[in-house]
Ligand binder design. Sequence first.
Ligand SMILES: Nc1ncnc2c1ncn2[C@@H]1O[C@H](COP(=O)(O)OP(=O)(O)OP(=O)(O)O)[C@@H](O)[C@H]1O
Length: 290
Amino acid sequence: MNTLSINQLSLVYKNDIRALDNISLRIDNGMFGLLGPNGAGKSSLMKTIAGLQKPTKGDITFNDTSVVKHPAFIKKQLGFLPQDFGVYPKISAYDLLQHLAVLKGIIHPDERKRQILALLEKVNLAAFKDKEVHTFSGGMKQRFGVAQALLGKPAVIIVDEPTAGLDPEERNRFNTLLSEISEDVIVILSTHLVEDVRNLCSQMAVINKGKLVATGKPSEMVVALNGKIWSKQIDKKSLPEYEGTYPVICKQLIEKSLHITVFGTEPPEGFLPVIPTLEHVYFQKLKNIE
Ligand SMILES: Nc1ncnc2c1ncn2[C@@H]1O[C@H](COP(=O)(O)OP(=O)(O)OP(=O)(O)O)[C@@H](O)[C@H]1O
């Protein structure tokens, strides 16, 4: 079992932006979803976990070794799948993996070849090993990204917004691949797609403005909202009035009419009960509605 322990972590950039504010989290094997709006601090947290930048305060330990004091320790055991690789060199998928494997320190040629072929098989790209990666579809590029992240058998894999720009079928295939991988390692999935976290992650955290606003098991967090979510179709003009009266979690246009969802321990007048979803949990925590 691997354990990543984040202890009272703060990060203030040179421009005085407090990107992380006293975050404490424990992450074990399996898929961990990191949710938050743009600018919440997700990338800052992932870069700090990866040992790419030092926090201003606090510590991160991976299997009891400090990542802050010994960044090389985690770097050796980490696979990173960024949102976008930028431009690919004009070489085949196999040759690119070869090159990246050397950079990762897989020095033995036979071991390198064995790992690369096994990974191409795993991500379903074996038939395309001689094709140049820049000719791949979005989904194929993401699967190639998984293959490169898995080189060297990492114990921690960080994926940043991996399904952005994928069509639904590619997204499904990619998500299945991620969940297969996460059985024996830590996979941290940073995203703003609540549905992906619901489908894939056994643990999650919500961060907002650098602060941890919630952490737990998605299924338990949803159950905790049972009997507390209510919805009503309203007239657009009366929205400000409703917003002034009730803790509104979300607003949704359904077939051109406006529906509002509110949080409440008692049923509000004229509202109907709604089965809670992780999206309700997300907005409730972001808006700090109790
Ligand atoms: N290198 C940097 N120097 C200064 N400020 C930064 C730096 N990187 C990020 N920030 C700021 O820190 C805050 C958190 O940014 P971060 O990129 O970690 O958020 P995020 O949750 O990953 O957002 P997104 O989903 O948009 O990538 C933002 O206000 C951002 O402008």
